[in-house]
Design a protein around this ligand. Structure first.
Ligand SMILES: [Zn+2]
Length: 280
C-alpha cells in the first residue's frame, strides 16, 4: 500500500520524468476493478477530458499523489495498493491495468490496482475542498508537526475515550498519509505496543515516539520507499522493514523473543512482546 513516503517518492519521480508530456490517449476502464475509486467522471468523459492535456506538476498530499493536467484537473492516485509505472516503450505495459496513459512521445504510464486504489479525476477548482483529500490531518513530516503540536493533539483526546497508539496514528485524529504499514517499525523502534493507550505514555516515551516517527519516515523517503513498494521505474524501495508478515515467528533483532502478529483495528500488527510491553 502506498503511504506517505512512497507518495513523496513517486511524486518526485513523476516531476522528474513526466512533466511536459502530452497525453495522446487515456484508457481507464479496460479492466474494471471493484475497488477502484474513480470519482464523478465516467470512463468516456475521463478519456475525452484527458486527451491533449499536458502534465504540468505532481505533488503528494499524505498518501495521495496529485498529478496536475494543464491547469484544469488533477489526476489523483495513491491511497491504496496501486502500482504506478512509467514505460519507455509499450513492451512493458502490463496486460491488465486500470489506467493507461499514452503520451505523444510514445512513452506510457500505467496504474494497476491490487486490493483497492484510485484513479480519480478532480477539477482544479474543487481540489481545495475535496472530501477525499485529508486536509484536516497534519503531515507528520511537515515543519508544523512539532513535539508541542503532537502533545496538543493528545490533549484534545477526551480522558473518557479509549485511544490506542495505533488508533491515534491512523484514524483519531490520524496523521496524514500514515497507514497500517509504516507504523509497524515506528512502534517497534519506539518500544511501544500498538494497543497501548496513548495517554498512558510517559513524556520520555512520547518524545521517543515523536522522534522515531520523524526519523523513520524521513529515512523511508530518503531510501526511495519501503522494500515492499515499487517506484515508477519498477524498482523496490530500499528501506528495510523490520516488522512485517514474514518476520512473524522470527527472533526479535533486539532481544530474540519471537515476533508476534495479531489482528487489530482493521489490519495486522507485528510486534515483539518483550520489547513492546502492553501495560494497562
Ligand atoms: Zn524484542
Amino acid at each position: 500500500m502506498i503511504e506517505l513516503p512512497e507518495a513523496i517518492v513517486i511524486s518526485k519521480q513523476i516531476n522528474e520524468t513526466l512533466i511536459g508530456k502530452s497525453i495522446k490517449s487515456a484508457i481507464r476502464g479496460q479492466n474494471p476493478h471493484r475497488f477502484a475509486f474513480i470519482g464523478e467522471y465516467s470512463d468516456e468523459e475521463f478519456s475525452s477530458l484527458l486527451k491533449g492535456k499536458k502534465i504540468t506538476e505532481s505533488k503528494s498530499n499524505g498518501n495521495i499523489i496529485l498529478i496536475q493536467l494543464d491547469r484544469d484537473y488533477f489526476l489523483s492516485l495513491g491511497c491504496g495498493g496501486e502500482r504506478i509505472l512509467y514505460h519507455k516503450h509499450d513492451k512493458t505495459i502490463p496486460p491488465k491495468h486500470q489506467l493507461l496513459l499514452e503520451f505523444t512521445d510514445q512513452t506510457y504510464m500505467t496504474v494497476t490496482i491490487s486490493g483497492w486504489g484510485e484513479v480519480r479525476l478532480i477539477a482544479s477548482n474543487k481540489i481545495d475542498k475535496h472530501p477525499h483529500i485529508q486536509f484536516n490531518k497534519i503531515d507528520p513530516l511537515s515543519e508544523e508537526f512539532t513535539f508541542n503540536i503532537f502533545n496538543e493533539l493528545l490533549q484534545k483526546i477526551s480522558n473518557k475515550k479509549k485511544c490506542s497508539v495505533k488508533k491515534f496514528f491512523i484514524s483519531e485524529p490520524g496523521l496524514k498519509g500514515i497507514g497500517n504499514g509504516v507504523i509497524q517499525d515506528i512502534f517497534f523502534l519506539s518500544k511501544i505496543h500498538p494497543k497501548r493507550e496513548i495517554k498512558s505514555l510517559k513524556k520520555e516515551e512520547l518524545k521517543l515516539l515523536y522522534d522515531t516517527t520523524r526519523n523513520e519516515l524521513s529515512k523511508m523517503v530518503k531510501l526511495g520507499g519501503r522494500d515492499c513498494e515499487r517506484d515508477i521505474f519498477n524498482n523496490y524501495g530500499r528501506y528495510p522493514r523490520i516488522m512485517h508478515s514474514k518476520s512473524v515467528g522470527t527472533p526479535c533483532p533486539v532481544c530474540t523473543t519471537s515476533i508476534k502478529k495479531q489482528q487489530y483495528l482493521g489490519g495486522a500488527i507485528y510486534f515483539c512482546p518483550s520489547c513492546q510491553v502492553l501495560e494497562e
